[in-house]
Design a protein. Structure first.
Length: 318
């Protein structure tokens, strides 16, 4: 009772009340709007909903490619890859594939979805990278990643260093925000650690120039070994030249359009690539590519789209 008295008239009180009757609070999504009474000829106060404009849809035969190379300002490869995705299809699918420019396939890495081979919507997100000890993999916890809701993913090289003589580790984080409860209710972090002897080869593969294929390249060899191209949607794909801290990543889970980094200048100096995927245009006739909307527009890398036969941008409302 003191809880209801303290929070009367608020969303917390309403959710607490229905929870007291054994009804999950997530069944109710409260949207507040209003204001003082206005004259008949005045503009009324309307509800303002959370709307994140667009996401790019993939239908199992499309990709967006970009270069994986040194940033012109820092002269370094990205330390962090970040994006949001959703998928309704329970199968092994590639979210992001990095392939070398040459024929050295061992210089690849993948961020993918792995099905649990059960008739449900559960699976995990996986990061795989090759090196002298073979293909190493780190996976998230078992999550309902095929529920057709958006999940945020971050893969970061935690050392933030190109030094081949230190032990490198790669951290995979996955999170989902529940707007109804105003909280991150699913979150998983896993770390892939390599020893000093073998870390040089894994770091070299991360450092090797190549191309990034968002949605998977569709290469027959990769499809057979790793997984199919993505059937789902992706938004807010980003490269950072710093190991993005957990606090910033969690803020991006809750506020997908936010792009704060580790410092006040990170959004300008360290966010070196950002595809918001809210272009909203017919890609079958487009020649400009996907816009790089990173804050520093001195040098940009438009994404090259392939396989899109129309306007594949979808509305996103959360």
């Amino acid at each position: 009772m003191p809880y209801f008295l303290k929070n009367k008239g608020t969303v917390r009180a309403i959710k607490g009340l229905i929870s007291a009757y054994g009804i999950p609070s997530t069944i109710l999504r409260v949207r507040e709007y209003g204001g003082p009474d206005l004259p008949d000829n005045a503009v009324p106060q309307f509800e303002i909903g959370r709307k994140f404009t667009k996401a790019l849809g993939f239908r199992g035969a499309q990709f967006v490619s970009s270069s994986w190379k040194d940033d012109t300002s820092s002269g370094r490869k990205p330390d962090t890859i970040e994006f949001r995705f959703k998928s309704p299809t329970g199968s092994n699918q590639i979210l992001v594939e990095k392939a070398p420019v040459g024929s050295n396939v061992s210089s690849s890495f993948y961020i993918k979805l792995k099905d649990n081979n059960s008739p449900d919507n559960y699976g995990c997100v996986s990061f795989q990278i090759s090196g002298s000890d073979g293909m190493k993999e780190v996976t998230s916890s078992n999550l309902p990643v095929y529920d057709n809701d958006f999940y945020s993913v971050m893969v970061r090289r935690t050392s933030g260093s190109d030094n081949p003589n230190i032990s490198q580790s790669f951290e995979l984080s996955v999170g989902k925000y529940d707007a109804g409860r105003s909280k991150i209710h699913l979150y998983s972090t896993s770390t892939l650690v390599t020893d000093v002897v073998s870390s040089a080869s894994y770091n070299a593969n991360w450092e090797t120039d190549g191309n990034v294929y968002i949605g998977g390249s569709g290469s027959a060899a990769v499809t057979a070994l790793i997984g199919a191209q993505l059937s789902g949607s992706i938004m807010e794909y980003r490269h950072w030249t710093e190991p993005l801290n957990t606090g910033s990543f969690k803020n991006h889970i809750a506020n997908p359009k936010a792009y704060n980094g580790n410092s006040l200048s990170s959004s300008y100096e360290n966010l070196v690539l950002r595809y918001s995927f809210d272009d909203n245009k017919d890609l079958s006739s487009d020649t400009d590519g996907i816009r790089d909307v990173s804050a520093n527009q001195t040098f940009t890398m438009p994404g090259v789209h392939n396989g899109f036969t129309g306007n594949f941008f979808n509305n996103v409302v959360d």
